[in-house]
Write a protein that binds this ligand. Structure first.
Ligand code: PTJ
Length: 269
C-alpha cells in the first residue's frame, strides 16, 4: 500500500493520519469494512466538538477510570477499530487498572481475531481473553456475534469498558447488571444513551488521557473514587455534550466570514 505523506502544516494532519491508521488496520484484517464507515461517522461528530477534548469529556474520562479502579473485576472489550487506533494505550490502561483485555467482534472472522491478537501482543499484552480457543458463554437476548463472551472476562465482569460499540450489546450488558463505560463521539447513539458513563471524545485522544488519569488516581482513597462515580450523572453529561455541539454550530453559522478567515489562516479546516 502506498503511504501518504501528510505535510506538517496541513490543517487536517491528525485527522488524516488517523484515517491512515484505520485503513492500514483494515489492510491487516484487524478492522472490519464496516469499521471504516463507523470511523467516518465518528469523524463527523469529532468535527462538531472541534476535534479536541473538552472539559465535559475529561470529567467523564476521570469518572470512568475511577469506576475501573474501584471495580472488583473490570474488563476492556477490544474490537477492530480500537485495536488499529490505540493498541499501546489500551494495553497500558489494562495494566494500570487490572482490567483484562477481551476481543469481542461484531463482524467475527477468525482471520480478524488472529490479526487483533497479534497486534495486542505486539503492543505488550500478556494475556488476551475472548479468543476461539477459550471457553465462552452467552449474553442472553443478544443475537449478534457479540453475545459470545469469555467467562473469565466480560462474563464475570462488574464493570466493562466497551469503546465504539453497537447499541444492542450495551443494552444487553445493562440488562444483566453490568456497569458500562463507553467512548463514543456520538452522544445520541444507543450505546451513549444506555451506558453509565459515556466519554464523548475521539478514542485517539481519550485512551491516552485515561492512561494519564489511571496513573494519577491509582493511589487515591477508594471512598473518594466511589464518590466520584456516585456523583456522576450521565444524562447531564450527554446533554452538556450536545449543548456544546449546538453552541459550536450556532457560532459557526452566525458568521461565515470569520470562519473563512480562520480557514485561510489554517486554524480551522
Ligand atoms: O470490530 P467489530 O467487528 O467489533 O466492529 C466494530 C464496529 C465499530 C464496526 C461496530 O462496533 C459498529 O458497527 O459500531 P457502530 O454501531 O458503527 O458504532 C460505533 C460508534 O463509535 C459510532 O457512534 C461512532 O460515531 C463512534 N466512533 C467512531 N469512531 C470513533 C467513535 N467514537 C470515538 N472515537 C472514534 N475514533
Amino acid at each position: 500500500m502506498v503511504k501518504i505523506e501528510i505535510p506538517d502544516n496541513h490543517p487536517r494532519k491528525v485527522s488524516l493520519e488517523t484515517r491512515e491508521k484505520i485503513i492500514e488496520g483494515h489492510t491487516r484484517h484487524e478492522v472490519a469494512t464496516a469499521g471504516l464507515l463507523a470511523h467516518g461517522r465518528g469523524e463527523a461528530f469529532d468535527y462538531l466538538i472541534g476535534e479536541k477534548t473538552n472539559d465535559i469529556a475529561r470529567q467523564a474520562a476521570m469518572v470512568a477510570v475511577a469506576a475501573m479502579l474501584t471495580a472488583n473485576h473490570p474488563v476492556i472489550s477490544v474490537n477492530g477499530n480500537v485495536c488499529a487506533l490505540v493498541p499501546e494505550e489500551t494495553v497500558q490502561l489494562s495494566e494500570l487498572t487490572g482490567a483484562p483485555l477481551e476481543i469481542n467482534l461484531f463482524y467475527y472472522r477468525k482471520e480478524r481475531e488472529d490479526a487483533i491478537l497479534g497486534a495486542l501482543r505486539s503492543a505488550g499484552a500478556k494475556e488476551v481473553l475472548g479468543t476461539h480457543d477459550r471457553p465462552s458463554e452467552t449474553i442472553p437476548e443478544l443475537k449478534s456475534n457479540r453475545r459470545k463472551v469469555d467467562p473469565d472476562g466480560i462474563g464475570s465482569a462488574d464493570v466493562v469498558l466497551v469503546p465504539l460499540e453497537d447499541g444492542d450489546r450495551t443494552e444487553a450488558l445493562k440488562a444483566i447488571g453490568k456497569y458500562v463505560i463507553t467512548i463514543d463521539l456520538n452522544p445520541m447513539s444507543r450505546t451513549a444513551v444506555y451506558a453509565d458513563v459515556t466519554i464523548v471524545d475521539n478514542i485517539v485522544r481519550c485512551m491516552s488521557l485515561m492512561v494519564e488519569y489511571a496513573r494519577e488516581l491509582k493511589d487515591t482513597p477508594r471512598d473518594e473514587l466511589l464518590k466520584m462515580v456516585e456523583n456522576f450523572d450521565n444524562e447531564q453529561n450527554l446533554a452538556d455534550s450536545m449543548e456544546l455541539m449546538r453552541t459550536r454550530l450556532g457560532e459557526l453559522s452566525q458568521d461565515i466570514g470569520p470562519l473563512r478567515q480562520k480557514r485561510q489562516s489554517g486554524a480551522e479546516a
